[in-house]
Design a binder for this molecule. Sequence first.
Ligand SMILES: Nc1ncnc2c1ncn2[C@@H]1O[C@H](COP(=O)(O)OP(=O)(O)OP(=O)(O)O)[C@@H](O)[C@H]1O
Ligand SMILES: [Mg+2]
Length: 465
Amino acid sequence: MAAVDRRLETLVVEDDVHFRQTLLEFLHELGHDASGAGSVREALEAFDGQAPDLLLSDIRLPDGDGVELMRKVRHAHPGTVVLVMTGFATVNSAVEAMRDGAADYLPKPFSMAQLRLAIERAFETRRLREENAELRERLERNGGRARLIGNSPAMQRVLAMVERLRNIDSTVLITGESGVGKELIVEALHDGHARRRNHRLVPLHCGAIPKDLIESELFGHVKGAFTGADRDKIGRFEHADGGTLFLDEIGTMPLELQIKLLRVLQTREIQRVGSSRTIPVDVRVIAATNEDLRAKVERGEFREDLYYRLNVIPLHVPPLRERRSDIPPLAAHFVRRAAERLGVPLREISRATIARLMAHDWPGNVRELENALEYALVMSGGAREIEPSALPPELDGGARPEIAPEVEVTPEGIDFHDVVSSVERNLILQSLELAGGNKARAAQLLDLKRTTFVEKLKRIERETS
Ligand SMILES: Nc1ncnc2c1ncn2[C@@H]1O[C@H](COP(=O)(O)OP(=O)(O)OP(=O)(O)O)[C@@H](O)[C@H]1O
Ligand SMILES: [Mg+2]
């Protein structure tokens, strides 16, 4: 990066003349070559020449939107580092700006020390990113596509299964709630197959395709097979030849198509719709579902013979709430990835935040966790660590019950120690219950050391016995 050995060129876009002056003076002190603009138009004119290294822009401008300005600038000059300044009313736009490549945002009012820190961080991040880009590209080329994180016994079992299936063609049926990572496992299975890896992994989301089109999607059709079929079309089976076909949401496949699929799985050949020619296909099939297929079989909604054909190797992925020890490493992974992708500074996750994440039930599973951490990272602005207040509303504790009940001192007086121990007792037992009896997790919920928690619990047990 060129910025170290020469003066940084910075453009400040701010319509408040006084504040703009303050910023410019400070940037000059820092050794920047800084100039100012008071509107989108002035800023774009300034950009006509050479792109500055840093754009420091307000969001609300008299003749337009700082986010729009940023998009134009980044489009023309991807190397320019952008910091946006935001008032309370434009926080949402700040989030949008970060998604579109702003390095960070500074909530007004901010101190010059904060500004300086944000600038340093942004350039440091850009430097690291440039350094990492090449390495990452190499890793990706080497098939490091799917990285499954998880130390819980449940996840370890899944990983062991993926390992055992290396280079094996067996049909796999992956079950698990939405967002548990089924698709990622399919990728891992495909990548773990030395021969198939060099061919396609072709997904078909059975629920997303109109019923009368699935057959042609799967097997293709010939010209004139039905109205609208104005030329030959190759289906997913043929596309996946040599590779893997991933039938997602298999439970939604119409019954009349299930029989056709079954036949293909048995004969390993297909016929395009409208043609009687059989075409051999070499495809490994992996199916996934978040429904209870067994129950569907019993209700007559899914063919039993197809069920057994698919369920050769069953692979169940438990919901995140049943493997909570995966939460901390996943969270760290997602923060790292979001920071890298959005080009924002990496931040640690505070202990209290981890406790909050561990206590949540994650109905949307890993996908929900991933989104929550991207949100939290973006919302953390200039903070050193990701605190619970940065989490999405359903997690930030806003809706949690009062932690300390109101206790009133009556004119007769109360017993301080009695009241305090009853509150303490209440909290200890509540958290133990919330943590399903897991003391380490209960302690985290109260932000207590495990030893402190256990001591208090013992005392309560002594007092009650
Ligand atoms: N063990 C894991 N390690 C790292 N990332 C994961 C893991 N599990 C899931 N993810 C990530 O979580 C997100 C959701 O996973 P995925 O799309 O595979 O879920 P799914 O089970 O296929 O969901 P759906 O049933 O809704 O299709 C993806 O971005 C995926 O990369
Ligand atoms: Mg999926």
